[in-house]
Design a protein around this ligand. Structure first.
Ligand code: SF4
Length: 332
């Protein structure tokens, strides 16, 4: 299976419980950024620019755990910055696993050896290793030679030790469709459990022009969509249809909420109107229907997976054909 069965069942149960309670806007995924510091300075990273004044801040452990309690999301993605630099990363991971949250550690892989000596494999734990292309491309994007080779070595180590490993690939304007295919085949040979491929986020704080425009996405993602039947690509088929322009989707930014040392970042992972003390404050300050219907000019070129995969998850079951496609995709 491309995704752990337990994760899919927990997600489904969570959605049903929230709906029974009459809630409409609730998180499925918490993006927990306990710090923004990183041991790399990647070209496409908005976080180290947006938060450069507070780059040394680290969230107290109790605050990170209570953010997970507040969000109640079944999936907690620990990101940043580089989460393995966070001084409480081991107790945070253990605390979330004890709460039966599905923890995904989004990492550049450089500090993995130290971490795995302290945290055992678990059905609730997976690693999302950032890898943006084959050796030359990835090392250029992360602005350091040798990182690609380290990622490969770390993926092999994680697999040997029995951890679940996914990869997270950002596709930029310069990434060729041929290289994307080469990377997918290469990662499949490494035995990764899942591959997520998404268009580069157009962070409002970055002025560079490395991101895909909406009209450039179909060409880059057509091949990914074709290969999704044969390889363990974890983007949903519905979202891939959206990326290649075969259908439209509304956005559900409330399904993936972001908490960092400054507070709850709203309205979404990508754009920032403010940071709020509580999730309720963020909800009260945000017109979700405005963002759902992509009316903000900053939504123009956005097909961010966290907004649109949330829509796919919430719509599951409402269309028999789509639901059957999803089931076939994930049990393959
Ligand atoms: S379309 Fe993109 S920028 Fe707009 S709310 Fe959704 S995720 Fe955020």
């Amino acid at each position: 299976m491309r995704m752990p069965l337990r994760l899919m069942l927990d997600l489904d149960r969570h959605i049903r419980e929230k709906r029974r309670a009459g809630e409409r806007y609730f998180p499925l995924v918490l993006m927990l950024e306990p710090l923004h510091a990183c041991n790399l300075a990647c070209l496409g990273c908005g976080r180290i620019v947006e938060y450069k004044e507070t780059i040394r801040d680290q969230m107290p452990l109790e605050e990170a755990l209570s953010a997970a309690d507040e969000a109640q999301a079944p999936i907690v993605s620990i990101c940043g910055g580089e989460p393995l630099i966070y001084k409480h990363i081991v107790p945070l991971t253990q605390g979330l696993i004890e709460r039966r949250r599905h923890v995904q550690i989004c990492t550049n892989a450089l500090l993995l050896e130290r971490f795995v000596r302290q945290v055992e494999p678990s059905v609730y734990l997976s690693f999302n290793v950032h890898i943006d292309g084959m050796r030359e491309t990835h090392d250029r994007v992360v602005a350091r030679q040798g990182v690609f080779d380290t990622c490969v070595r770390m993926i092999q180590m994680l697999k040997d030790k029995g951890y679940r490993v996914q990869t997270n690939t950002t596709v930029y304007r310069e990434t060729g469709a041929g290289e994307i295919e080469e990377l997918i085949r290469f990662l499949a040979r490494l035995g990764v459990d899942g591959m997520l491929l998404t268009p580069g986020y157009h962070y409002q704080v970055l002025g560079n022009d490395i991101y895909l425009r909406k009209e450039e996405m179909p060409y880059k993602f057509e091949r990914v969509r074709d290969l999704a039947d044969r390889y363990r690509i974890i983007n949903t088929p519905i979202y891939l249809d959206y990326l290649v322009g075969k259908r439209d989707l509304l956005c559900s930014p409330w399904t993936t909420v972001t908490r960092n040392p400054q507070g709850w970042k709203g309205p979404c992972y990508l754009i920032t109107n403010g940071h709020y003390k509580t999730l309720k404050e963020m909800h009260d300050a945000t017109d979700w229907e405005f963002y759902r219907t992509k009316q903000d000019p900053r939504c123009r070129d956005c097909k961010l997976h966290s907004g649109f995969e949330g829509t796919v998850a919430l719509d599951f079951g409402s269309n028999l054909k789509d639901s059957w496609r999803m089931v076939r995709h994930y049990v393959a």
